[in-house]
Design a protein around this ligand. Structure first.
Ligand code: ZN
Length: 251
């Protein structure tokens, strides 16, 4: 099965459209949460995401925008954006977002694979370092876990002997690029497809990944998108300027 993995779109419609246009053929789409928050197109992004299928886990920003999570855990800018998002959402989109399941979820036809927003241990936990990854790698029921939340594209792995970290290397700063990562039999993996709408690894391009379960290969992808249009939507909504400028820096 060929799975298109989208995570942390954060109401960035231009980035989402660029990913969908660049994606190789796929059988299903799995969305790892944070569909909204930060960006200027929450309704449009939800509607586009809903057209793509039925596999979703909720993110912390989805919970914040729908009142499922207390905003005291959010920094002031994220909190403002969550409140703005809540005001913008149509009743139908708000209800749909509110009903998204907590991870981990599994998908028929993909044995030994699970999907979460933060970590299989805690949906709101950030898995940033190899140290953070050890517990979920060792304790999760599935050999391969796809996760988001950190907005950092890459992969953690562990065997009985060692743990490792892989981050895709790209050759350009503005082209569409792919980086293939074959999964080895017997290892356990935590794989982050990167953030569609607000990358934080210093690369402004939208990030996503493909997983081919028959070939056991993850392909990390980066694509340029209409950054200016996305920034203009944020500014036109009177959201904090920093939410627009950070997109250009990939931070
Ligand atoms: Zn996020």
């Amino acid at each position: 099965m060929r799975v298109l993995l989208l995570s942390d779109i954060h109401s960035n419609l231009e980035a989402l459209e660029a990913c969908l246009a660049a994606a190789p053929p796929y059988d299903i789409v799995v969305n790892l949460g944070d569909i909204v928050g930060y960006g200027g197109s929450p309704n449009e992004v939800i509607e586009r995401a809903r057209e793509l299928g039925r596999f979703f886990v909720r993110g912390n920003h989805d919970k914040a925008a729908t009142g499922l999570m207390d905003l005291t855990d959010f920094n002031p800018i994220a909190g403002l954006a969550a409140l703005w998002t809540r005001e913008q959402l149509s009743a139908d989109n708000l209800e749909w977002l509110h009903s998204l399941p907590q991870g981990p979820i599994e998908v028929d036809g993909l044995p030994n694979v699970q999907f979460v927003h933060g970590s299989p241990v805690d949906e709101d936990e950030y898995v940033v370092t190899l140290r953070d990854a050890i517990e979920p790698l060792l304790t999760s029921s599935a050999a391969v876990t796809f996760f988001g939340h950190t907005h950092l594209q890459g992969c953690f792995s562990s065997s009985n002997a060692a743990s490792d970290f892989f981050r895709p290397l790209y050759n350009t700063v503005g082209q569409s690029e792919r980086s293939e990562f074959p999964l080895k039999r017997g290892l356990r993996y935590l794989v982050n497809p990167g953030s569609v709408g607000q990358p934080r690894d210093g690369d402004w391009r939208a990030g996503f990944a493909m997983y081919d379960s028959d070939a056991a290969v993850v392909t990390f992808c980066r694509v340029p998108y209409n950054l200016k249009a996305s920034q203009e939507r944020i500014l036109a909504a009177n959201l904090p300027q920093r939410l627009a400028t950070r997109l250009a820096a990939g931070r």
